[in-house]
Design a protein around this ligand. Structure first.
Ligand code: ZN
Ligand code: ZN
Length: 404
């Protein structure tokens, strides 16, 4: 039987689920694996699924897809746009959308498994397919590892994965070495003293303290990081207060930090901590601020030899011009935990999901940043074709390259 990948993709797109809540998605995955006659285990790292195809002697290739969606209100206007809602970790009712394309990743991995099972005569070795939860929390890969996925399944000789991205459909982006940045997510809580809005002198205002901190943090990258390195300090959320005439007692900031290497990481983290503490002190805070690390992601580093093999295999399959070096992305991924923990090399590549004509028009007009929605945008909408076909083919070509 042949999987109807378009219907599968649209179904997943309509039913996105937040991190560690991917129960319906996992159910769709296991139903398709069962249809394909592939052995699997579910509930690994809470909602993860791993499957194995054994086909004689040869290397073990891990293929990884992430499954989770994001708290984003979909505005694509597509007929199959999501209207789903979910409950986030803080207990808030939020809109949910596959704004990062993980629905495409799951669909393509299932499509690739079907092809590889059909073509079993043409290769030997073992394929492990990992359907990972909670990539967006930077926690799913580690949860699966903590739950023994590396012991319960044949260990990888190589880990492969892919991400759909706003490049023209048909174009692949991959580079040897650091492909994606390392990242930390921090929650900073600054403590003041609450009181009446008419009597600021009797309070310690955490809103002014937080505002000064946000501005001062803008100097971290410009004044502390080597200009040849790429780093990012983003304050993605700031919360304090409930009413205009009440000075609240505390303010909470959430930070996303990105860096290409450990040296930049140390410098940025050190500076952020100094700024936060100094601004609290400058405001006369009576209690020092707290800084909690919510997640830490390592840089995604592609093994140079394996990347060279993949680039030439993709060149043969898709044409030489189809593979570009996109440079390092400041986004981060947790896929590399599977490679780091097992000592296997990793190759993680990007493939385009944008209508090539729309992309070319935006390039000509100089409006790519404005007109081509990126991952996590409420307008992110990969074109279904040929994105699906390319994503399946890429996984098949890559797997076959590293299998016997
Ligand atoms: Zn994402
Ligand atoms: Zn993603």
């Amino acid at each position: 039987m042949a999987l109807d990948l378009e219907s599968l993709y649209i179904d997943l797109h309509r039913h996105p689920e937040l991190s560690f809540q991917e129960t319906r998605t996992a159910g769709v995955v296991t139903a398709k694996l069962a249809e394909l006659g592939i052995e699997f285990e579910e509930g690994i790292g809470r909602t993860g699924v791993a499957a194995v195809v054994r086909n004689g002697e040869g290397p073990t290739v891990w293929l990884r897809a992430d499954m989770d969606a994001l708290p984003v209100p979909e505005q694509t206007g597509l007929a199959y746009a999501s209207t789903a809602r979910g409950i986030d970790p803080a207990g808030n009712d939020v809109p949910v959308m596959h704004a990062c394309g993980h629905d495409m990743h799951v669909t393509c991995l299932l499509g690739a498994l079907e092809r590889l099972v059909d073509e079993k005569d043409a290769w030997s070795g073992t394929i492990v397919a990992v359907f990972q939860p909670a990539e967006e929390h930077g926690a799913g890969a580690q949860a699966m590892i903590a739950d023994g996925v590396l012991e319960r399944f044949p260990r990888p000789d190589i880990v492969l994965g892919q991400h759909v991205t706003p490049l023209p459909a048909g174009v692949f982006g991959v580079r040897a070495g650091t492909q994606m940045a390392a990242s930390d997510g921090l929650t900073v809580t600054m403590f003041g003293r609450g009181g009446h809005g008419s009597r600021p002198h009797a309070t310690i205002d955490p809103i002014v303290m937080a505002a000064a901190t946000v501005m001062r943090l803008q100097t971290v990258v410009s004044r502390e990081v080597d200009p040849r390195d790429v780093a990012v300090v983003t304050v993605g959320s700031i919360h304090a207060g409930l009413k205009n005439n009440i000075i609240p007692a505390e303010a909470k900031l959430e930070l996303s930090l990105r860096y290409p290497n450990d040296e930049a990481r140390e410098r940025v983290l050190g500076k952020v901590e100094r700024v936060v503490r100094a601004e609290a002190e400058a405001s006369g805070a009576e209690e020092p601020p707290t800084i909690v690390t919510d997640h830490t992601l390592p840089p995604t580093i592609n093994d140079p030899d394996s990347t060279a093999r993949l680039v030439s295999a993709f060149g043969r399959a898709f044409g030489e011009g189809a593979v570009i070096d996109p440079g390092m992305f400041t986004g981060s991924e947790d896929v590399s935990w599977f490679a780091r923990e097992s000592g296997a090399p990793l190759v993680f590549w990007f493939w385009g999901g944008v209508d090539p004509t729309a992309y070319a028009d935006a390039v000509a007009a100089g409006t790519v940043e404005r007109d081509i929605p990126t991952n996590h945008s409420p307008l992110f909408a990969p074109v279904v074709h040929p994105t699906l076909e390319r994503g399946v083919e890429a996984l098949v070509v890559a797997a076959r390259e590293f299998l016997a």
